[in-house]
Design a protein around this ligand. Structure first.
Ligand code: IFM
Length: 449
């Protein structure tokens, strides 16, 4: 490993990311309303091992201890999300002030310890009451979301300067409204295209609302973004398939935000999104963010698949390709983050890029109260080295946040894939800082050997 914190410059933001449903627990405490993940995870066979986030890491009760751990790891920036239904139990209308108090305590304790809070407004846990009215597939969501954003600014906006509007819209609309494997478990093209368009509208609208309150807020939004290559480089049909997959997975939400419209030229089926567009929407999809959050874990290899509806392309998973992979069956391929950064940098309207998530799930073992997670440590070192390389080559990358602080509820995969810098025993809520966490601590203290 050939880098130190200093190589990245003093204005580089180092941090760690989490999300409300994955860590908070307290699913029905103190007036919180149910979210789509509360109800989805109660359904049979939706989550591996029948797990749910009812308790998760119980961050709701352990937040001060966990933020103290962030401080102990020398991490200066903490990205977390607000649970919409904790502060607005029905999604709109009556406010739950106990929920507001909770996030105020989190924010205040971060600030007391000198940790900068970064808020993600939406990380997948839509209030269930809104899903009963169609959720993201109902255009009304733009109004519901605006009310929620105003509420967050009103109660937290005096102390929080860094905001991200959405977390990975492609994942929550694709997995939640097309494939049905994430909450709310909907299937089909229509529900997906409607949800996608409304999420893209909210992405920009959220930015505008934030900007209208404070001109010095730092406003961004995050995207899952991977290097996508054809399975067989010289195979024309695979190349075309990779272009389509890239339009869907990497460009669908990014390009309208940048004022370029939906990438329907490269993926014809996206023309059907027009059904959900009203006059003036094209302009409203655009907003000038201060930064784009890149969330990168792996690369994808794609082949031509004539039977695959709408796209005629499919991802060939890492185990099928017999390449090194994590517990998520994601290939370990550090150049993906470098290539993603270089490619994002080609969009002249992107002002700044921050890596807002990067990390890996491996089968950790607790031995004598220690977790020596060599694979994760190597993964982080290799990926951070690639970020540095991109930066040296002129990419305007200004931050790196590890996914994630501690092992948590990994959505449809339950608690099995552990991504944390800190090990969590979910039965006792005991935390153990892993070797990767100790290494990150040293990196951030500029004390690496
Ligand atoms: O756990 C998720 C997170 O919620 C969003 N980005 C990817 C992570 C790993 O799957």
């Amino acid at each position: 490993m050939h880098f130190s914190k200093e190589d990245f410059g003093t204005d580089f933001k180092w941090g760690v990311s989490t999300a409300a449903y994955q860590i908070e627990g307290a699913h029905d405490k103190d007036g919180k309303g149910p979210s789509i993940w509360d109800s989805f995870s109660q359904k049979k066979r939706k989550i591996t091992n029948g797990h749910n986030g009812n308790t998760a890491c119980d961050f709701y009760e352990h937040y001060s201890n966990d933020i103290a751990l962030i401080n102990e790891l020398n991490i200066p920036n903490y990205r977390f999300s607000i649970s919409w239904s904790r502060i607005l139990p029905n999604g709109t209308g009556a406010i739950n002030f106990k929920g507001i108090d909770f996030y105020n305590k989190v924010i205040d304790f971060c600030l007391e310890l000198g940790i900068e809070p970064w808020i993600t407004l939406y990380h997948w846990d839509l209030p269930d009451a809104l899903q009963k009215k169609g959720g993201w597939a109902n255009r009304q969501v733009i109004n519901w979301f605006s009310e929620y954003v105003h509420c967050c600014i009103k109660y937290f906006g005096d102390r929080v300067r860094h905001w991200m509007v959405l977390n990975e819209p492609m994942v929550f609309t694709g997995a939640g409204y097309f494939l049905g494997v994430h909450a709310p478990g909907k299937l089909g093209l229509s529900s997906f295209l409607a949800a996608a368009h409304h999420a893209a509208m909210c992405q920009a609208e959220g930015g505008r609302i934030l900007r209208s309150f404070q001109s010095d807020y730092r406003i961004g939004t995050t995207f899952s973004y991977s290097d996508i290559d054809p399975l067989r480089e010289n195979h024309e049909k695979d190349r075309k398939a990779a272009i389509k997959m890239d339009a869907l997975l990497n460009r669908l939400f990014l390009e309208p935000l940048l004022g370029m419209g939906y990438p329907a030229k490269d993926l014809k089926i996206l023309q059907k999104i027009e059904r959900f567009m009203l006059d003036g929407d094209e302009q409203k999809l655009a907003f000038e963010m201060d930064f784009i959050g890149l969330q990168n874990y792996t690369r994808e290899k794609v082949c031509y698949a004539p039977l695959m509806p709408f796209i005629q392309a499919k991802i060939v998973k890492a185990n099928k390709r017999k390449v090194e992979h994590t517990l998520m069956n994601w290939e370990v391929y550090p150049p993906s983050i470098y290539k993603a950064l270089k490619r994002l940098n080609t969009y002249s309207s992107i002002k700044e890029i921050l890596v807002t998530e990067n990390g890996a799930a491996f089968a950790d073992q607790v031995v004598d109260n220690e977790v020596d997670d060599k694979e994760r440590l190597q993964y982080l070192q290799d990926h951070i080295a690639q970020v540095l390389q991109a930066k040296k080559e002129g990419v305007n990358v200004k931050g790196y946040f590890v996914w994630t602080l501690m092992d948590n509820f990994e959505w449809a995969e339950g608690f099995h894939p552990r991504f944390g810098l800190i090990h969590v025993d979910f039965a006792t809520q005991k935390r153990i800082i892993k070797s990767s966490g100790k290494w990150y601590k040293q990196l951030l203290a500029n004390q690496l050997p």
